[in-house]
Design a protein around this ligand. Structure first.
Ligand code: LMR
Length: 405
């Protein structure tokens, strides 16, 4: 049976973890996968998480099954974190899912049950895994312009023109915050304009929010979602706790679905829970119990918000540090765009050949689109990093950017 299968290429993002790990050079730098690192280059467990885990360990009464939708306290807390008072009464359901990717997959499965020929529109570029994940689930994918590789800005006018031409009823997948891979998010005014088109074209908005709290703050980062929730009858929101709670390997996420009315919500709720039962039956509990413990305890929640702000601030500082170093070492090139981005990512804007040389000659790892995770930068490695980038810039071809995320 398995003779018919062909080996798959390594994942564009996850493949870099192993490559970097196996590189023996002591000064190697990992700017690949979207994982936060502190000033020591470590990804520590957050203090709030450690405290909540301790509490769970001491007080959890049972590990019996909960059900397809997971932990109800987690679901309520996540719905409030995402929607606050924009949650419509009786029209919104939230389920715990295995990470943000699990949420996207369940959403895709539900969409396909509702409409086998549904088309989903993604930003150009988008998160590299959006494409195989959603098309693998059987959805047709198309893209609309988002990032201008020449000016390193959002192609807002081109995006609006394209959205005006999207057929009624299609699905629009947007990154609430922060856009992966570009790090550029629409302003509140731009979100309002996008919502107008969504209403006018009767599109189904689908938000992926994997970095809530990494751009401005927890509430402002959800502006696009909250504004849209007041304007449309139906909506899908996938959220992840991988980054903002640092729970990467515990697989904690949520899926919220808004329906036009209470009767339709009941049907959607039964469908989505049935879908989950057919795929993985129930989500893993531990990480969601930890998040629920944090969000439902005033002190733990306040501590977590401080830790999140510290992560956000460090990312901004590292952008500035690299930007300043490049300005000094490669004055003929403009890297001011680094500081316009939010969260972990931005494009460096160098060619695939330059990226390959950074890896081969300097042990510096990033995905082929030149997306860098600025969390990999430290005060200790920024000189080595900026020297290496300046060296590959000097060595040859002019900066250009491939489009895949
Ligand atoms: C990333 O984009 O690097 C992260 O979201 C991790 C992943 O799963 O790709």
């Amino acid at each position: 049976m398995f003779e018919s299968l062909q080996a798959m290429p390594a994942d564009a993002i996850l493949g870099l973890i192993a490559e970097h790990r196996d590189d023996p050079r002591p000064n190697k730098i990992d700017l690949g996968v979207g994982v936060y690192r502190n000033a020591d280059g470590k990804t520590p467990v957050l203090d709030a998480v450690k405290q909540a885990e301790q509490r769970v360990l001491e007080t959890q009464p049972s590990k019996s099954y909960i059900g397809t939708a997971g932990n109800p306290d987690f679901n309520a807390a996540m719905q409030a974190l995402t929607f606050a008072d924009a949650a419509p009464d009786g029209r919104l359901v939230t389920l715990q899912t295995p990470g943000g990717s699990g949420s996207l997959s369940v959403a895709a499965g539900l969409v396909r049950r509702a409409n086998k020929s549904a088309t989903i529109w993604v930003t150009e570029p988008t998160w590299a895994n959006h494409v195989p994940l959603l098309s693998g689930a059987g959805l047709a994918l198309k893209s609309f312009p988002y990032y201008d590789t020449a000016t390193h800005t959002i192609r807002f006018d081109a995006m609006m023109d394209a959205l005006h031409a999207v057929p009624k009823g299609d699905i629009l997948l947007m990154h609430a915050s922060c856009h992966n891979p570009s790090g550029l998010d629409p302003s509140d005014e731009q979100w309002r304009a996008i919502a107008e088109i969504v209403v006018e074209r009767e599109l189904l908005p689908f938000f992926d929010m994997a970095y809530q709290g990494f751009a401005r703050n927890i509430d402002d980062d959800a502006f696009g979602i909250r504004h849209m929730a007041g304007r449309v009858p139906e909506m899908i929101v996938s959220t992840s706790c991988s980054k903002n709670f640092g729970l990467y390997r515990d697989r904690v996420g949520a899926l919220s679905i808004m329906a036009a009315d209470e009767a339709r919500l009941k049907v959607v709720d039964s469908q989505v829970n049935n879908y989950v039962r057919c795929v993985y039956s129930m989500p893993p509990d531990h990480g969601a119990e930890v998040v629920s413990t944090i969000l439902n305890d005033e002190e733990l929640r306040a501590g977590w918000a401080i830790e999140l702000a510290e992560m956000r601030d460090r990312l901004q500082q590292m952008r500035a540090l690299l930007g300043d170093a490049l300005q000094a070492k490669a004055p003929d090139y403009d890297f001011s765009h680094l500081q316009r981005a939010n969260g972990m990512f931005c494009f460096l804007g160098i060619s695939e050949d330059q990226i390959r040389r950074l890896k081969q000659d300097f042990g510096i790892y990033m995905v082929n689109s030149s997306r860098v995770n600025v969390a990999g930068i430290t005060a200790e490695n920024v000189d080595y990093l900026s020297d290496a980038i300046a060296a590959v810039l000097d060595a040859g071809d002019s900066p250009e950017m491939p489009s895949a995320g």
